[in-house]
Design a protein around this ligand. Sequence first.
Ligand code: ASP
Length: 466
Amino acid sequence: MSISEILTHVGKEVSLRGWVSVRRDHGKLIFIDLRDRSGSVQVVFGPWSGEELYEQAKKLRAEWVVSIAGLVKERPENMRNENSPTGSVEIEAKKMEILNEAETPVFDLQTEGYEVGEDVRMRYRYLDLRRSRLQRNIALRHRVVKFIRDYLDEQGFYEIETPILTKSTPEGARDYVVPSRLYEGNFYALPQSPQQYKQLLMAAGFEKYFQIARCFRDEDTRGDRQPEFTQLDMELSFVAQEDVMRLNEELLIALVQKAAPEKRIQQIPFPRISYKEAMEKYGTDRPDVREDKEDKNLLAFCWVVDFPFFEQADNEWTFTHNPFSAPKPEHMQHLMQKESIGDILTTQYDIVLNGFEIGGGSIRNHRPEALKKVFEILGYEEERIQKNFGHMLAALASGAPPHGGIAWGLERFVMLLANEPNIREVIAFPKTGDARDLMMDSPSELEKRQLDELGIEVKKEKLKEK
Ligand code: ASP
């Protein structure tokens, strides 16, 4: 039985398993707070426990794992703990088995944990995760993902996995690369997003795809960035911008109502702001439109649309969001003629929540000629286009349906639902702010044998620099 169920078992014997949070010795009585995933309850050892059990209880320390059988008793009115959901009862211990002892934890697990240094929290993450705050966050994340899966399944989506060992893509960040043993000197890249694969799935006729997708970007980490993070990624065939936006708006609303009913959405339908207006009025393309920034339960969503497709840097054109996007239909002519390039607007739509970009997507160029024009504007030579994107152009030329999609940064969204200051608080095993896994001690050096097998030699100077 779990602790959350005991309130319906008053007067009965129950058997519980969990961790000792704290022990209080009051002479004739020994109290412990017993904790499992579902909650915590006070257990009392006293005359009814017998000598042997009482002596055993004296030994208990924080984080020992025990199995306890006892009687659920209503506490006297004046002894109730209003702060605990099980504070109206306690367990009179009759039997106990110590399942495991524990070394003294390196930090206090009864607090929220914000006061503990990140390094030590991450090194002992399995302990850190025992805090009720983190248990709640991970449970919330589970519920969010479960809701999304069920909702999209209802809407006829297939969940399809795409490769992790893939090829370098132009998503705008640096790739993580994996050396190939069989093809010495060649490398896989980890996906920055499943962008190309999901479009290929549309070419393959699946029509509605989604994935809870792991993405990898070798960027300098910040509060809301991690080397690896999770997207809710989706793509649909035969849709216009409006369809994707409506579907996502409805999903977000239903999801908030279900997973975080205490939250209030400021405005429905979500307001739409053009990039130009956002920049003029808020000075950012992810405006925080909350009416009341003190309100913890206020969610102010807005869409930002009408982004410029290209921007100029050092006399060269680069894409602002996604090279696979289509221009707005009325600007297709400009793209095809490669004229007024700076004025071409893309079908990109970003979804912003309380000043955080939590997602973005677009309608894609489904005609190969149009995608090719984008690469030409970016200044890619024919050879490079064919080498890097030949498969995309060929797939589009094979009868690809019109399609579009979006991806959400799942952790940013869950972070905001959980009122957390950064995404590490909603990831079970995040990297530290400087991209390390202190628990596993990663990244780490390889043995010479492994390097030899890969045909890789690490430059000595590089090692010395470290
Ligand atoms: N692949 C894009 C990204 O990761 C999202 C999309 O356009 O669907 O930002």
